[in-house]
Design a protein around this ligand. Structure first.
Ligand code: RP5
Length: 167
């Protein structure tokens, strides 16, 4: 697991174990592509519960705007973080060797009323980063431009593939 630490992170990527990094690295890579400063930290709901509470409680005052939380199996990290912060939390269900990530998905997505987690697809770390970027872009015009360019490029790629199909 390796990531360049940023001095003023706007997004916090947390995961239940370093074993989640193979999935969560895509979130860090996408944020870097958009030029968004972020931090990466292992915070386990079950192995380091006190750290979880401290992280969630201090996240806003430390300057974070969004938390991306990935976990697998009995994946309580995103929901528990959402319960101790008012920041938006994006949950990433990490697939483990058994159950194909359905356990992670259902653990994260079924939150009780009042405590939302914006859950992306199983292994959807890249989309978690794009969603975090969209949240930031509600008050960041330059980032909104970056996201518009990104979407234009996606569309162009489809048309290039269409052209190749017909060539
Ligand atoms: C979860 O348990 C973590 O998010 C990880 O997906 C899973 C397994 O963790 P390790 O046993 O690999 O550390 O809490």
């Amino acid at each position: 697991m390796s990531h360049h630490a940023s001095e003023h992170p706007r997004v916090g990527i947390v995961m239940g174990s370093d074993s989640d990094w193979s999935v969560m690295a895509a979130a860090s890579a996408q944020l870097s592509e958009f030029g968004i400063d972020h931090e990466v930290e292992v915070v386990s709901a079950h192995r380091t519960p006190h750290k979880l509470v401290t992280y969630g409680e201090q996240a806003r005052e430390r300057g974070l705007s969004v938390i991306i939380a990935g976990a697998g199996g009995a994946a309580h990290l995103p929901g528990m973080l959402a319960s101790v912060t008012t920041l938006p939390v994006v949950g990433v269900p990490v697939p483990l060797a058994t159950l194909d990530g359905m356990d992670s998905l259902l653990s994260i997505v079924q939150m009780p009323g009042g405590i939302p987690v914006a859950t992306v697809s199983i292994g959807g770390a890249k989309n978690a980063a794009i969603l975090a970027a969209r949240i930031l872009a509600t008050s960041d015009a330059a980032l909104a431009d970056t996201l518009a360019t990104y979407q234009r490029e996606l569309a162009e790629l489809v048309e290039e593939k269409n052209a190749a199909l017909k060539a």
